[in-house]
Design a binder for this molecule. Structure first.
Ligand code: N1C
Length: 252
């Protein structure tokens, strides 16, 4: 797809919504300035030549502060992770300003034009990895992981053959950027109707464990947690579910 129609208006609306309604306590932030910084990161540029540097100003304007022990990462479990974080007062990247602004959107520009490209933006697999959307999530995810402290949780999808995917952002960017002495708590969740396809002792999680031990990151894994992926049922049902993730109280 090309850029999301009305990209600029969406960014602006979301920014006001976030800074005035969702997190009115957050540091005062200038939404016009943030929108401008976002646009100037990619407008008029080759859509396959995104760099970290392009986003530096935007990131400096909206750097999140998230307390220790509060971060939730995910891979192929986005909706569930968001619900889980919300119930427990924890934070996913989409709960920070920049993650919230860009969630679900597409954007790119073209050289020599002041406008967004609305017909086609490059794809990570088919065209180029250094496209503006992929680089954005990479930079944000990297910072979110490397600044984490205490216990970080991650929800992985045990209904897949490889719950830990080395090519995902969690696998490529977040896990390898956790700091020594951080503890990673893995929750391996699977659809209640089906048998799990991966487990804490499976080869993909073993691989994750070895990446972490090289970095002196501590590792805890719990599996057989049944829940719908993505959440189709409402929160009340999840609370009642006898062996569901939401009744686990082992995390702090
Ligand atoms: O590639 P993934 O998941 O492992 O990435 C998820 C991981 C999370 O822990 C987040 O902190 O990386 C972060 N992240 C986002 O927050 C995010 N929001 C939207 C990464 N990607 C994000 N997106 C888009 O979804 C982005 O386009 C990316 O490629 C997908 C990630 O999907 P995934 O494979 O389920």
């Amino acid at each position: 797809p090309g850029s999301t129609p009305d990209f600029q208006d969406i960014i602006e609306d979301r920014c006001y919504n976030y800074t005035q309604r969702i997190r009115p306590d957050s540091r005062s932030r200038n939404c016009q300035e943030i929108k401008q910084a976002f646009m100037s990161a990619f407008i008029s540029k080759d859509p396959c030549k995104a760099t970290k540097e392009d986003y530096r100003r935007l990131i400096d304007l909206a750097d999140p502060t998230v307390p220790c022990n509060k971060r939730v990462l995910w891979s192929k479990t986005k909706e569930l992770a968001r619900e889980y974080a919300k119930l427990r007062g924890l934070v996913t990247l989409e709960d920070t300003l920049l993650g919230f602004l860009a969630d679900g959107l597409h954007w790119c520009g073209e050289p020599g034009s002041p406008d967004l490209n609305t017909w086609s933006c490059p794809d990570w697999e088919k065209d180029c990895r250094t496209n503006y959307r992929s680089v954005f999530w990479k930079v944000l995810s990297e910072r979110f992981a490397e600044s984490a402290c205490g216990t970080v949780q991650v929800l992985l999808n045990g209904s897949l053959e490889n719950a830990f995917d080395e090519m995902s952002i969690f696998g490529r960017v977040e896990a390898p950027n956790l700091k020594p002495m951080v503890t990673l708590q893995v929750w391996l969740v699977h659809d209640p109707g089906k048998p799990p396809r991966d487990s804490c002792s499976g080869s993909s999680i073993t691989k994750l464990k070895s990446i972490l031990s090289e970095r002196n990151v501590r590792f805890i894994c719990r599996d057989n947690l049944r829940t719908r992926l993505p959440i189709l049922s409402n929160i009340r049902r999840l609370r009642k579910q006898p062996c569901g993730l939401f009744l686990e109280n082992r995390i702090h």
